[in-house]
Design a protein around this ligand. Sequence first.
Ligand code: 5GP
Ligand code: MN
Ligand code: MN
Length: 475
Amino acid sequence: NLSKFRQRGPFEWELPASGRMRVPGVIFASQALVEAMDDKVGEQIANVASLPGIVEAAYAMPDAHWGYGFPIGGVAAFDAGEGGVVSAGGVGFDISCGVRSLHTGLKLADVEALKPRLADVLYRRIPAGLGSTGALRLSAREMDAMLLGGARWAVEAGFGDEADLARIEESGRMAGADPAAVSEQAKKRQRDEMGTLGSGNHYLEVQVVDELFDIRAARAYGLSEGDVLATIHCGSRGMGHQIGTDYLRAMVIAAARAGIALPDRELACAPLDSELGRRYLGAMRAAINCALANRQILTRLTRQAFAELFPGIRLPLLYDVSHNTCKEEWHVLGGQRRRLFVHRKGATRAFAAGHAELPAEYRQVGQPVLIGGSMGTASWVLAGAAGTGEHAFASACHGAGRAMSRHEALRRWQGRSVVDELAARGILIRSPSLRGVAEEAPLAYKDVGAVVEAAERAGLAVRVARLRPLVCIKG
Ligand code: 5GP
Ligand code: MN
Ligand code: MN
């Protein structure tokens, strides 16, 4: 696996450009993580590196693993002025899947005895699982307003406070969304899925801050040891998936018509400067708003659940990050400021300290980067790399990353015993799908501690706090 790579630094591995590659591929990881990474990651970054208009390098984060076309944990940026492209597979099917953490203001001792009741109340209130539906039905007009307004729409509809918006990327509303570029089928699929968690690795977790690693950033984020957080991981549900499917198909057909030979059909893409490229961007941004609105509605349900047991409680946002997006951003490249379209697929934006888009209270320490681990290990809060500057267009990992396929996990574990073993360790799982729990068994994921250490040592982000799970509502 390593033989084709040239080591650039202790946590940086370069696949030099060869053949059709226009730029090198770069993996940020420890040697052990690169060695354990499936070979597909190298092949996939080489393919991505051959796409038109790509700049600097095709990157993979330390949690990277095989994905559809682009690896999960992949970052690639394109310049519209140099024939750059946008790729539906480079964003992923769960558009704007992301993580949102809420402060509960509670300490471990406040929830320890109430854990079973808290698990039950959350499970009753949070629609989870395949095909689950929410209490909301959107009319065609409301659907378009939601797709344009994102979390801002949800707050105006009564699902949160104005103060929430400042703690969400893009202030809760992605500009440039085009509801008209979203198919009727995508809208139909989403009509009754607002405020639902979905299935698979989506979760609502109650976590305790176990250990602090950067006291100054922890203070800025309002985190102390023993604090209890509620964290939501989910995305744009049927809407994002349908948009991904619709546009992938359109991009394959358009590429064939234009005579563009793709290194992999899954890399189907459209020039940024084309009707199809613009329509995809408009639809993808609408799906970002859908995900932001969805997490906002789930926030309301979470607040209601906590208030059942802790009357009068408030759950202010720590932050909300998306990890499947393509965003138009300015970055300095070879001393020049350039407008780029940055694809992050299973990768988190990680603005360094000082970035103007950060809320004032976080600006000194960098952007909160919220990382899932697994339901049985740790999750992490990182901060965008301070001082060291930004790498990979200000990106970091998004999770531990899978160490094996769902299929392999199913072969190894049984859902019931995973739930029982975790309960014996004080971690309460509630899920409609035991099969899903087996697929998501903690050991099906890489060692999240090793991943975030690599992220820090590669200069992508700084470790702030390690979280331990108490209750996990699993989709
Ligand atoms: P993805 O966005 O790629 O679907 O998943 C992001 C990350 O979430 C995974 O790489 C994994 O490390 C983490 N994850 C998956 N299931 C759970 C869970 O139940 N709890 C926590 N805390 N993290 C999880
Ligand atoms: Mn995700
Ligand atoms: Mn997702």
